[in-house]
Design a protein around this ligand. Structure first.
Ligand code: ASP
Length: 324
């Protein structure tokens, strides 16, 4: 085991880019993964805690795993301080907020997804309506917006004045500012073992209009198989969707890995394929049907949130970085 401090030091000493895959030696953090408990909710980043708590409350009130996913993600989508998800999201290069989201039912394997959706407050609900009210899986752009409006979903003014001011500064400096991004990906297992998951994001800040990342792509930003578990991703979508990242995590759990092992193995696989960690920014959170959670990433800054009755944790994810 390598402590987090040792790991950071060793990584810094070794340098982490330009590595040769066959000579990689991996450093991982000590596992702090929580034990198996049901119900349980896991999600990306520390802002996931509030969403997890809302999801647990839905389950406690008798709601389904899908209800818990939808209402949990609502919390993040409604948080105007969150510049990566929902109404407070960061616009594209034109100053327009285009939102991506998806939802998946682990029991039926049904899924719904929206991409480049404009003006709708809760894309996760649009995704759920696609799953439940149409014979399709994915709607994009104007078609998705018209569908959401026809479903009676609430609209919202975006970007917020704060995001608009940031965008104007970015525009003036022409891409000098950091193009921020994050995603809420949230996975639920209820007391009986029923699973569902979803994710929602405004994607890469100041992206090319029409750009769609990994998040609404089933198997890339999210995948749930109730017989095994679920996984969700955050990071640079372009580097996640080329590997069907979340599907890869779930398949590793199917082969017997714990959620943390599965996330770590998938990140290592992607890093090895790429022969680099620099600029990759690939991170996963996973929850299996027993209620065990785990996470891993390339960036070292990724943490995931885990909540179960009486338990709330924000855990720094295991880091897959070659040390030499
Ligand atoms: N994966 C998201 C995207 O590329 C952003 C993120 O999660 O950081 O759209």
């Amino acid at each position: 085991m390598v402590s987090r401090r040792d790991f950071v030091r060793r990584s810094a000493l070794a340098g982490v880019s330009g590595v040769v895959a066959s000579r990689m030696v991996w450093a991982t953090d000590e596992t702090t993964a929580p034990p198996a408990v049901r119900p349980a909710v896991a999600s990306t980043w520390s802002f996931g805690v509030a969403a997890n708590q809302a999801a647990l409350a839905v389950l406690a009130g008798g709601g389904s795993a899908l209800d818990a996913v939808e209402q949990g993600i609502w919390v993040t989508e409604a948080d105007l301080t969150n510049s990566s998800v929902g109404v407070g999201g960061t616009p594209n290069a034109d100053g327009v907020v285009q939102l991506d989201a998806c939802i998946m039912d682990g029991t039926t394997h049904k899924a719904g997804s929206v991409a480049a959706l404009e003006g709708i407050a809760h894309p996760i609900s649009a995704a759920r309506r696609v799953m439940e009210q149409t014979r399709h899986v994915m709607l994009v752009g104007e078609g998705a917006r018209r569908f959401a409006l026809a479903q009676g979903l609430a609209t919202a003014q975006m970007p917020t004045p704060e995001r608009r001011a940031e965008w104007e500064k970015w525009k003036a400096r022409q891409a000098a500012a950091k193009q921020g991004h994050d995603t809420i990906a949230l996975i639920v297992v209820d007391a009986q073992g029923v699973m569902a998951g979803g994710c929602s994001t405004s994607g890469l800040g100041y992206k090319v209009p029409g750009r769609v990342g990994d998040s609404p792509i089933i198997g890339s930003g999210l995948y749930v198989d109730g017989a095994v578990g679920g996984a969700g991703a955050t990071g640079l979508g372009e580097n996640i969707m080329r590997y069907c990242g979340s599907f890869a995590v779930v398949e590793r759990m199917r082969q017997g890995m714990t959620p943390e092992e599965a996330c770590l193995s998938t990140v290592k696989w992607i890093v090895a394929q790429e022969g680099r960690t620099e600029g990759l920014d690939v991170n996963f959170v996973a929850l299996d049907r027993y209620g065990r959670a785990g996470g891993a990433g390339t960036s070292g800054g990724f943490s995931y949130s885990y909540n179960a009755p009486g338990s709330s944790q924000v855990t720094p994810a295991a880091v897959a970085v070659p040390v030499r």
